[in-house]
Design a protein around this ligand. Sequence first.
Ligand SMILES: Nc1ncnc2c1ncn2[C@@H]1O[C@H](COP(=O)(O)OP(=O)(O)OP(=O)(O)O)[C@@H](O)[C@H]1O
Length: 682
Amino acid sequence: MHKPTILLITKSRYVHRMFREQITDYFGDSVDLVDATTVGVSCNADLFLASYREVVKEWEFPPDKLLVARRTVDLSKIGDLIALPAGTKCLVVNNSLDTARETISCLENLGLNLELSPYDPTVNKVPHDVEVAVVAETGRDLVPEGMKRIVYIGMRPIDYATILDIGFRLQIPIPEPQVYSSKYIRQIVQLSGQLSGALENEKDLNRQMDAIFHTVHDGLIGIDKKGIIIQANQAAHRILGHNPLVTPLIGGRVQEVFPGVSVNDISSQETIQQMDDRYLVMNRTYMDEGRLGSVLAFQDVTRLQKLEQDFRKRVQSKGLQPRYSEDNIIASSETMAKTLKVMRKLARTDRTVIILGESGTGKELFAHAIHELSDRRHGPFLPVNFAGLPETLAESELFGYAEGAFTGARRGGKPGLFELAHNGTLFLDEIGDASPSIQALLLRVLQERHVMRVGGDQVIPVDVRIVAATNRDLRELVQAGKFRHDLYYRLFVLPLYIPSLRERREDIPLLVEHFVRRYSAGKLRVLPNVMDRLVAYEWPGNVRELEAAAQYMTSVAEGQVVTSDDLPRQLFEVAESTEDVVCHDEIFQRSDLTILYAILDSLDWAKQHGFNRLGRSAIVEYACRKNIRVSEQQVRNRMVMLREIGLIETGNRRQGSWLTAKGEIALSRIRERLRIIRETSL
Ligand SMILES: Nc1ncnc2c1ncn2[C@@H]1O[C@H](COP(=O)(O)OP(=O)(O)OP(=O)(O)O)[C@@H](O)[C@H]1O
């Protein structure tokens, strides 16, 4: 399994080190971290994580791969800042003006009652009345002279939302997100504890707490010793669904606002509490052992829990699904070698691919291989088969539905396959069977690259690669008015044709051996005359039918070999009539086998390239290109013999020859024989 790589783009090595430590804390060694200062920014990473916004002006990134980390402040380090008298003028020093401004906005978000201004290291001018420098991360050496006091607030860590974003983008599980979010709550509570120690009376405490309380995202409630709420921030009102002007929390009993939760049992140890159908992470810190009351901190983690559940489900379903790669495609024929070569090229383009071929030729196998060879291989691969999909279900399967979209709709709605395949590949199998209304919806999403859930009003952008497949003639369906021509052109970007098994009979022995080995656990082998019959058969159901035949033969065979008595019924009829041809052992023993091969192969080449027939001189030229030296006379003699045994035919007026069905079979047998001779003579 490929390990995703994150390229860290930071301005200083301290920040780089902190990013590295923090990401490793969360994701362990499931990601590789690379430093942009060592490898440069052009490296082929799965995600570019930058510590500053202006990075986009410096380099061009694939937009879906760049993430500018949102940063927060380390709450455990700002105790000294809180203890400063209200209104103190401070200079915030960072290694650039922009980062200093960012730090200020983080501190202001905490509601600190200080006058903070950024320090510009390039100007080096300090307002005369400022005596306190607030130093974040890398500004230590830049503090201007004349400062009476320096307050260090440490590194600004990556915020939790960014960590989640990284996990989702790279599809790596994030262990127990709620534990990390509650770490944050614990810090807030510790801070409140520090405050209570630093401040003497309840009035001061309230004033300072007010400052911190209002802009943090966690619900905070100050409770007096009798259990009455004396302070509550906006987040607490929002989380509990109280309008502070209509039903303020202040003055109420704490127990009443948390129905079903035993508030008295909550301690400084954070716990997850269920309140109706929601989940809250809560803890409570007693100040001065409860004499000054307590602070209850809480956060609504219903969404996080749901995200986590969805994520796990997704990872699990991904894990349960068989994933095939190119290695699972068994083939030795030249035709398939060419097909595989084209597939590898198409796979790397990220464009829509449509796989065409008869039923059972391995189209789904190829779709998997394309995904595995593409840059999206770490993302999901989701198949949807339109042949068996009832029209009534198709829309909600593909696009999901919003909560309350219809009676019985699941709470919170359900994501559709397009959403789930985000950053991965969606395999639209049997696309020719999609109903007209589904075709219209597919067209829209392929044009607009976003979806809207059924009954929803939100536009959800999706980054999905489409691989479609069909065994029907789509062009014919378009002409018959059964398939939209605009969708046809959207899908028909990169077609990949998978040849039928009878067009590549050389693959048959290899496939038979493979499946017989698999279904007999290596105990059975196939007799040569049985193999001849299998090669001669037309295989209308292609590899799927061959696999089923192997299952049948290995079930009925006795002893260690598969005999002609073990062949499935459909093979009896055809095999009898062609056996005399393919068992021409004397052909294989002939010393001029390569000449016979050159003649048959040239006629096969002609057929593949749309020529109905080929003349003698063209056959000689073809043989020459294959390094087989042969005269026109020699070709003429051999062609007489091949005509007599029915492998080729020649037009009445002798204007060229072509390969018969028997000739095709003989050719694949000769190819196989030559391959064995080549391999054994090496
Ligand atoms: N070249 C191959 N090597 C090994 N197994 C193969 C090969 N081609 C097909 N198969 C197997 O044959 C079966 C049918 O293949 P698959 O479902 O990919 O065909 P398909 O073209 O998608 O069929 P349909 O059009 O009916 O959906 C599968 O079990 C697949 O693993």
